[in-house]
Design a protein around this ligand. Structure first.
Ligand SMILES: Cc1cc2nc3c(=O)[nH]c(=O)nc-3n(C[C@H](O)[C@H](O)[C@H](O)COP(=O)(O)O)c2cc1C
Length: 235
């Protein structure tokens, strides 16, 4: 690659960030197909390509949002109902440790601060959480599944594919938000998708054109410098 191409690749990677307010503008289906086509160049163990993607728009999107929002609202009214919606795999640890918990808190309060949500404002927090299940108003929901038979390695494979999707979307002027929030409601999601019994929901990605006027989209997260997470060994 020449230096200009390197710059373009770096720019697509660096400019990706999680967008949490989208315009209703529809996306040309061919663009979505192109994104998935290039994203499928992701590596996978022994080229198993264990990913499956559902592109959900229109009435199906509305049905998905309505069903899952209703379930979440029921949980707000009757918190004990949360146990009806267990995740199939634990994305987050049961017991948090530093420095991860500190970054998690910094992230959460940073976002809430921008949205003027203070500690204890449970209703405002719930409303923001509920926005997850409206895809932050994105016109497209991408639901990524793997076959349960493929084991934990397939989650690595599909994650690489998902990152490609997000970068390829960025290169086309689109934005994304990866969402683990939907995983609790996998039973509803898989039913609405008409998925097979052996499929497991791994992640959802909201896809659309970012709302440039919504303050939530100005939230840019920090990263540790390379020296803090890298060990260079030579002898
Ligand atoms: C697998 C995964 C699941 C995520 N789930 C959610 C989610 O449910 N809701 C949300 O608002 N953000 C979610 N995020 C976004 C993260 O909060 C975000 O990636 C992180 O704060 C770094 O910010 P950036 O993506 O803007 O660089 C998720 C990210 C990943 C990788």
């Amino acid at each position: 690659m020449n230096p200009e191409q390197v710059q373009l690749v770096d720019h697509a990677i660096r400019s990706r960030h999680s967008v949490r307010a989208f315009l209703p503008t529809a996306i040309d289906p061919q663009i979505i197909k192109d994104i998935l086509d290039v994203a499928s160049r992701a590596p996978s163990g022994t080229n198993t390509q264990p990913w499956k993607v559902y592109v959900v728009t229109g009435k199906k999107r509305d049905e998905m949002i309505n069903r899952v929002c209703q379930a979440q609202l029921e949980i707000y009214a009757h918190p004990e109902k949360a146990s009806d919606y267990p995740e199939t795999f634990a994305y987050y640890p049961e017991k948090w440790i530093s420095p991860f918990i500190d970054r998690r808190r910094e992230n959460g309060w940073g976002l809430y601060g921008l949205l003027n949500i203070q500690k204890g404002e449970k209703e405002k927090m719930a409303a923001q959480q509920l926005r997850n299940y409206k895809l932050f108003d994105a016109p497209v929901g991408l639901y990524f599944t793997v076959n349960q038979a493929m084991g934990v390695g397939s989650k690595m494979d599909i994650s690489m594919m998902i990152q490609n999707v997000m970068v390829a979307a960025k290169a086309r002027g689109l934005d994304t938000c990866p969402q683990a929030a939907w995983n609790h409601f996998h039973s509803i999601v898989l039913e609405v998708l008409g998925a097979n019994d052996d499929e497991e929901l791994v992640c959802t990605v909201a896809l659309g054109y970012a709302d440039p006027d919504d303050i939530v989209n100005t939230f840019i997260t920090p990263r540790e410098p390379v020296e803090n997470f890298t060990v260079f060994l030579s002898e």
